[in-house]
Design a binder for this molecule. Structure first.
Ligand SMILES: *[C@@H]1O[C@H](CO)[C@@H](O)[C@H](O)[C@H]1NC(C)=O
Ligand SMILES: *[C@@H]1O[C@H](CO)[C@@H](O)[C@H](O)[C@H]1NC(C)=O
Ligand SMILES: *[C@@H]1O[C@H](CO)[C@@H](O)[C@H](O)[C@H]1NC(C)=O
Length: 392
């Protein structure tokens, strides 16, 4: 690409004194005015809660930064307010990542609720209207991360998050989770008997999200729907053909809706069942490669069993800080990315530091042809290259 355009551009400069850009036609005329497509030739860079390593999670600032840093997808957790507005917020309560404690006018809203098998005391989004939540400001979850943005950014809605992705200067996908659906449906009611999952899909449709994985519609507005609750995935399966990812928790956690164990939901029989609803799984990375005393152990066979069924594997969560890096990675996040991408062979990575993953991928597998042609052609070229590799 560089070679192709440098020569004519230099020639043109002989004739045009000022900016030659409006006269010089880039090779892909049909993409004139359209956005740079989603790359599909290397594992997806999924910006976990935005670039939350730098900014308070799930804020406009975190998402804009992630887009600037090269995210393929911006990721979020969708829950609801008392009046049924879908918002981006990870926890069902507001205590850790907002300034709710400073709002004395809401002091009487403190509650204890049973959430996914445990009791939590705090301030819950389901007890506040959207108007009330707009008066809060977010803060950084971890004390060892930058605190200077605390109190600056509001919570955003699902629709605002979608708008951030659609307004990006290149095609940026969304990766929303139907979060804690059992709890949300227990506390929030929508008109006409609709449930949380229905309203979630309606919102995606309202903004034009549709189509199966790698279809033309999908490549225009890429989206993965994710959930830990298999019944939510099954419920939305006949409402949208957007690709779905089944999230898998730690080995000790039971599914919130069907009360199944880790070994049940990762069995061959279960993967055979769920594969008709999903294009992949999203496991916690330490369940794929167990860790003892901060040393990684032999990888489990889950990645191989998923790939054998043509299921993608998008593990979570990659974090740069020393306390999250296992000893074999020598406190170097690039060694961790190299291990997961090149040894384990995952298809997408949820990272708190989009910029680091992007830099690693640009250095080790830079985009060349594929960033100038549409995603489906890139995908085909990638498949062909892989096939040729076998005959070398
Ligand atoms: C939560 O608290 C309620 C009321 O005290 C109690 O009945 C219930 O067993 C508790 N649930 C758990 C999971 O501890
Ligand atoms: C989806 O299937 C359920 C039953 O599993 C049915 O009640 C519902 O009407 C279906 N929805 C659509 C949009 O087809
Ligand atoms: C969930 O399953 C566990 C055993 O795996 C059982 O002890 C527990 O009572 C079950 N909970 C519910 C709500 O059915």
């Amino acid at each position: 690409m560089t070679k192709l355009c440098v020569v004519p551009f230099t020639l043109l400069l002989l004739f045009v004194s000022c900016s030659a850009r409006p006269i010089y036609q880039l090779p892909s005329k049909e993409h004139k005015g359209s956005k740079q497509p989603l790359q599909t030739s290397r594992p997806y860079n999924v910006a976990h809660r935005g670039s939350n390593g730098e900014f308070p999670e799930e804020t406009s600032a975190a998402y804009l930064r992630a887009i600037e840093e090269g995210a393929d997808f911006i990721e979020t957790d969708i829950i609801a307010t008392k009046d049924g507005v879908l918002i981006c917020h990870h926890d069902v309560n507001l205590d850790v990542t907002t300034d709710i404690a400073d709002h004395k006018e809401f002091a009487d809203r403190k509650r204890t609720y049973e959430v996914e098998g445990g009791n939590i005391t705090g301030f819950f989004t389901v007890d506040f209207t959207w108007k009330e939540l707009q008066t809060l400001r977010t803060k950084q979850r971890y004390s060892f991360r930058d605190q200077q943005y605390n109190g600056k950014f509001p919570i955003i809605t699902f629709e605002e998050y979608i708008s951030i992705a659609l307004d990006a200067p290149r095609v940026v996908g969304i990766y929303p989770e139907m979060k804690s659906p059992v709890f949300i449906n227990e506390h929030v009611k929508w008109p006409n008997g609709k449930i949380f999952e229905d309203v979630f899909v309606e919102t995606l449709k309202k903004y034009g999200y549709k189509g199966s994985y790698l279809s033309k519609d999908w490549l225009k507005q890429p989206c993965f729907i994710q959930s830990f609750a298999p019944s939510s995935i099954v419920h939305v399966s006949n409402q949208t053909d957007l690709p779905k990812i089944f999230l898998i928790d730690d080995v000790t956690v039971l599914t919130q809706d069907t009360n199944q164990t880790y070994s049940e939901i990762t069995s061959d029989a279960y993967l055979d069942y769920i594969k008709s609803y999903v294009v992949g799984i999203g496991p916690w990375k330490d369940t794929l490669v167990p860790v003892v005393n901060n040393y990684i152990q032999a990888p489990s066979d889950l990645v191989a069993r998923a790939h054998a069924r043509d299921l993608q594997v998008h593990p979570y969560t990659y974090r740069n800080e020393n306390q999250f890096l296992h000893f074999e990675f020598h406190q170097d996040p690039y060694i961790e990315y190299d291990f997961w991408i090149n040894k384990i062979g995952v298809d997408g990575l949820f990272t708190d530091f989009t910029g680091s993953l992007h830099n690693f991928q640009e250095w080790t597998s830079p985009l060349s042809i594929s960033d100038n042609i549409d995603g489906y052609s890139a995908y085909l070229l990638h498949k062909i290259a892989n096939m040729l590799q076998k005959y070398k």
